[in-house]
Design a protein around this ligand. Structure first.
Ligand SMILES: [Cu+2]
Length: 189
């Protein structure tokens, strides 16, 4: 999308410069042709593939019923995150999210009080955490490691401190990591 926007921007700038430096340059082309080619054909050729790409990219974020991805619940409240693991006997931990590498994970996001937003910049776009409603975000981390997460919707005086750590474990270590993090009461300061 950035490349497409850069090409468009360059084309507009070229037209702009031609108007300034070569007055009358475009007058050989009739106004109707400018409108049809520049106003209809060009946007259609560029925007339709971009819309198709955006729809496909968005579709990949949706949970697919055929798969049974790891499900993790993210519950926001002023001003902390609770992560709950229904597949691991409902274990919970605060401000630390463990997830396995290399497989899709569905984060089911909700809130106990006001609207927050769940965001791990290096893994996915943000999604709102709405009280009384569940929003889903499918993410996948290809490599084990540590990532930073942050509430991305102003939610009160403690908003800036409402961050969390994301620990991506090797798939074989994931269950043990969740159990030890939950029992140790792992809390990120
Ligand atoms: Cu916030």
């Amino acid at each position: 999308m950035l490349a497409g926007a850069a090409v468009l921007f360059a084309m507009v700038l070229i037209l702009f410069c031609m108007v300034i430096w070569r007055p009358g340059w475009g007058s050989r082309v009739s106004p109707m042709r400018w409108i049809v080619l520049g106003g209809l054909v060009l946007p259609a050729v560029i925007l339709i593939p971009l819309i198709g790409y955006a729809l496909l990219a968005g579709e990949r974020l949706l949970p697919l019923p055929a798969q049974a991805p790891v499900r993790i619940e993210a519950i926001a409240q002023q001003w902390r995150w609770t992560f709950r693991y229904p597949d691991q006997g409902g274990l919970e931990m605060e401000n630390v999210l463990h997830m396995p590498a290399g497989v899709p994970v569905d984060i089911v996001v909700t809130s106990k009080d006001v609207v927050h937003a769940f965001w791990i910049p290096r893994l996915a776009g943000k999604i709102d955490a709405v009280p009384g409603h569940e929003t889903r975000l499918r993410i996948q981390a290809d490599q084990p490691g540590q990532y930073a997460g942050q509430c991305n919707q102003f939610c009160g005086i403690g908003h800036a401190e409402m961050h969390f750590a994301v620990v991506v474990d090797r798939p074989e270590d994931f269950s043990a990591a969740v159990k030890s993090a939950a029992t140790a009461g792992e809390v990120k300061k």
